[in-house]
Design a protein around this ligand. Structure first.
Ligand code: FE
Length: 133
C-alpha cells in the first residue's frame, strides 16, 4: 500500500461530495438498495472513493440481498482495517480504508465460503473501475 493519506476536515469536505463526506468521514450509512453499486455485476475493481486505494474485486462480490454491495474478502489484508463498533446498541465490526481511514461499512460473519465473511460496504465509499475490454 502507498503511504497513508492524512487530510484536515476542511480538505476532506472540499475533496468529497456531501454524501461521500457524510459516510466516509462521519461514518454515515446510505439507505439500503439506494447505492449505485448494489446491483453492479460487471468485472472490475472497487477502489476507495476517498483515496483511490484498491479495496475489493468484483470476483468476490456476491448478492447478499442486504441492499449494500457485499464482498467476502478485501483485495489484501491491509486494504481494510477493522475496529469494534458498539454504536446504535449493536455489537458490530466497523471497516475502514487502510490508507485514508475512510469509513466503508461493517463486516459480519454470515458470508459465503471460503471466508464466511460479509463485508457490507456503502456504495458511496467506493469508486468502481470496470475492467477494460
Ligand atoms: Fe481510502
Amino acid at each position: 500500500m502507498a503511504e497513508k493519506i492524512v487530510k484536515t476536515d476542511a480538505e476532506w469536505r472540499r475533496a468529497l461530495t456531501p454524501e461521500q463526506y457524510q459516510i466516509l468521514r462521519l461514518k454515515g450509512t446510505e439507505p439500503p438498495f439506494s447505492g449505485e453499486y448494489c446491483d453492479e455485476k460487471s468485472s472490475g475493481d472497487y477502489v476507495c472513493a476517498g483515496c483511490g486505494e484498491a479495496l475489493f474485486a468484483s470476483d468476490t462480490k456476491f448478492d447478499s440481498r442486504s441492499g449494500w454491495p457485499s464482498f467476502w474478502r478485501p483485495v489484501a489484508a491491509e486494504s481494510v482495517a477493522e475496529v469494534a463498533d458498539t454504536s446504535h446498541g449493536m455489537r458490530r465490526v466497523e471497516v475502514h480504508c487502510g490508507r485514508c481511514d475512510g469509513h466503508l461499512g461493517h463486516v459480519f460473519e454470515d458470508g459465503p465460503e471460503p471466508t464466511g465473511l460479509r463485508y457490507c460496504i456503502n456504495s458511496a465509499s467506493l469508486d468502481f473501475k470496470p475492467t477494460e475490454k
